[in-house]
Design a protein around this ligand. Structure first.
Ligand code: AGP
Length: 634
């Protein structure tokens, strides 16, 4: 989703801005732009210079090569369209009616219609269809008032004007502002949307996400909600909503990950699929080491006192994270005996269930910045705190790949899935890491509730320890098979995915992956539902992918698959090799494992299958159209 990168210092900022934006490309965007304040050689005046382009960052880089710009302060932006088409006019930065102020913004200004109406009445004309454009105009009006009151055109005037305008805005935002009359100032602010400050040597940064800071500085400070900061070449001043100066020590970024290295893979997504055995191995070494004390089922940083108070669990998540949560809910209920419900975070916010007592609320998000998930978690915290009843208090747990994210900071208990940065928009290794974390929670609850005996818990732990090896074999085997099969499916328009029980969420995930990157319509169903409607779609043009794993529903899934085959559908099986698998036209064979751990394996061929179809079609696998890695708007 939109990315902000801004710099102030003593170097030429235009290449730095492009570099920072490049490190956030993986978030997804449709246009890009930047603004600097440039010294005029003729009269030493300072002018705001803007460059924008539609499409990929390379277009902006090429434009800057042809038409370079200078300046020691600048703001950059990659836009993911919300209000107004993705074109050059709507790309950020947006400027005010004087042409002196430039603003980049992430989020949604919900009252922009009212604000633009009042600006239009003042004779101010708009050039874009965005909600953002009201901001520079409003700041310009505030600056005008200050200058009329004999204030000097300096950074403080800009800061105060921005603070006044923020109090008029409704909605969520992260923004950065520069003013040609105050070339030594960069003002940034946030409400709900993420923004971090970076401390370099004689230069200071602001970015939507910490990866953008890599290569510039490791010292960072996340801006808190409703804070505003004034960045100058000399340092950073931080203010809260009421204008009180804040003093907080910055932190050091851990790790020195290189974000642009595909390591000879054609796409990040394929590299990340291949990294899954390592994801699993690292997770096991960290949370399920062989030498765990005998009374501990998992080394999670979750307090035992929480476990004692929990009668049920509710999970809030979106997209792929929700599918991992559904696997988790199955395990928590069926293996550990804890009633568990999964909600679309976006729905939960506006139609929450009646408050239940002794409930653990889990938020799952690889990015830790998904606006719907964050808002749902905050809403739940508020309504539980409002009851003042100890039975309804907010027990919280986050599962994320980004402990430096908003979820990482806002929730008291966090499971770091530790999958390493994921660049491909389509989640793969983080899905595996999220599922593994639910296996860990299941072990924890199962030993706590005594629903399972020691042997059953040990069996599940041991089965999990075998997974990294099984993943390595599966990826090796199915990469080439799915590549071979991909060409058969490039013209396919619809695909049905079937699964049952613990593998129903994997059918949903298989369908989501295919939709996301290959733009083929796909739908996942619990296999038993096929005959209640979707079967009407089937003929030789609609392939059916069926996940059939020996266990509670094996025979049932096979029968449902037969029903599809009888309607001429081409049948692709994700199943162990054997007599039963003969019904499938194509087979992605998986090892005969316990049904409990099977989702960790059945998802692999589905990821590879989607990947190779999209790659075969020549699509932009890592940054599919219209999608963003970090969905920071509602
Ligand atoms: C996954 O492939 C998708 N890009 C998307 O569904 C994603 O899972 C969803 O937007 C939630 O993101 P999160 O895990 O960062 O909260």
């Amino acid at each position: 989703m939109c990315g902000i990168f801004a710099v102030i210092g003593s170097r030429e900022v235009s290449p730095l801005l492009v570099d920072g934006l490049r490190k956030m490309e993986y978030r997804g965007y449709d246009s890009a732009g930047l603004a600097t304040i440039q010294n005029s050689n003729k009269d030493h005046s300072r002018n705001l210079i803007i460059r924008k382009s539609k499409g990929k960052l390379i277009n902006l880089s090429n434009l800057l090569k042809k038409d370079p710009i200078q300046g020691h302060v600048g703001i950059g932006h990659t836009r993911w369209a919300t209000h107004g088409k993705p074109n050059e006019i709507n790309a950020h930065p947006h400027i005010d009616f004087t042409g002196e102020i430039a603003v980049v913004q992430n989020g949604i200004i919900e009252n922009y219609r009212d604000l633009s109406h009042s600006l239009l009445l003042k004779g101010i004309e708009f050039t874009s269809q965005t909600d953002t454009e009201v901001i520079p105009h409003l700041i310009a009006l505030e600056i005008e008032k200050s200058l009329n009151n004999d204030c000097s055109p300096n950074g403080e005037t800009l800061l105060i004007s921005v603070q006044k305008v923020l109090s008029l805005l409704e909605g969520t935002y992260a923004l950065a502002v520069i003013w040609s009359k105050a070339p030594d100032a960069l003002v940034v602010a946030r409400r709900q949307a993420p923004l971090v400050l970076g401390f370099g040597e004689g230069e200071f940064f602001c970015a939507s996400d910490t990866p953008a800071l890599s290569g510039f500085t490791r010292t960072f400070l996340p801006l808190e909600n409703n804070e505003v900061a004034l960045l100058t070449p000399l340092g950073i001043e931080l203010y809260d909503q009421s204008g009180q100066r804040q003093h907080r020590a910055p932190s050091l970024l851990k790790g020195t990950e290189f974000f642009g290295d595909k390591k000879n893979f054609r796409h990040f997504m394929l590299k990340e699929i291949y990294e899954q055995p390592e994801t699993a191995q690292l997770w096991i070494e960290r949370y399920l080491p062989i030498d765990l004390q005998s009374d501990t089922s998992i080394a999670f940083p979750v307090s035992k006192s929480i476990l004692n108070k929990i009668d049920q669990i509710q999970i809030l998540a979106c997209g792929t994270s929700r599918h991992a949560a559904m696997v988790g809910a199955y395990l928590l209920e069926q293996f550990a005996g804890v009633p568990t419900k999964v909600y679309f975070a976006s729905e939960f916010r506006y139609s929450p269930p009646p408050l239940s007592s002794n409930t653990l609320t889990i938020g799952v998000s690889q990015s830790g910045e998904t606006a719907d998930t964050l808002a749902a978690l905050r809403m739940e915290k508020e309504r539980r705190n409002a009851t003042n009843d100890i039975n309804f208090c907010f027990h919280q747990l986050g599962i994320t790949n980004r402990i430096d994210s908003s979820i990482g900071r806002e929730l008291d208990n966090i499971i770091d899935i530790g999958s390493g940065i994921e660049i491909g928009v389509a989640a793969t290794k983080t899905f595996l890491g999220q599922m593994l974390s639910f296996y860990g929670l299941t072990l924890l609850f199962a030993s706590h509730t005594k629903k399972r005996n020691k042997k059953e818990i040990l069996d599940l732990s041991n089965d999990l320890r075998l997974v990294p090896r099984q993943l390595t074999d599966l990826i090796k085997k199915h990469d080439s098979l799915s590549k071979e099969l991909a060409h058969l499916f490039v013209d396919t328009k619809d695909v049905i995915f079937l699964g049952r029980g613990i593998n129903y969420p994997i059918a949903l995930e298989g369908a989501l992956k295919l939709k996301e990157i290959s733009y083929i319509h796909a739908q996942g169903y619990p296999a038993g539902e096929l005959k209640h409607g979707p079967i009407a779609l089937l003929d030789q043009h609609v392939p059916v992918v069926s996940i059939a794993v020996p266990g509670v529903v094996y025979e049932k899934v096979l029968s449902n698959s037969q029903e599809a085959k009888a309607r001429d559908a081409r049948l692709i099986g994700i199943a162990p090799y054997g007599k039963e698998s003969e019904i499938f036209d194509e087979l992605f064979s998986i090892p005969k494992v316990s049904e409990w751990v099977s989702p960790l394996l059945t998802v692999i061929p589905l990821q590879l299958f989607s990947y190779h179809i999209a790659a075969h079609k020549g699509l932009d696998v890592d940054q599919p159209r219209n999608l963003a890695k970090s969905v920071t708007v509602e």
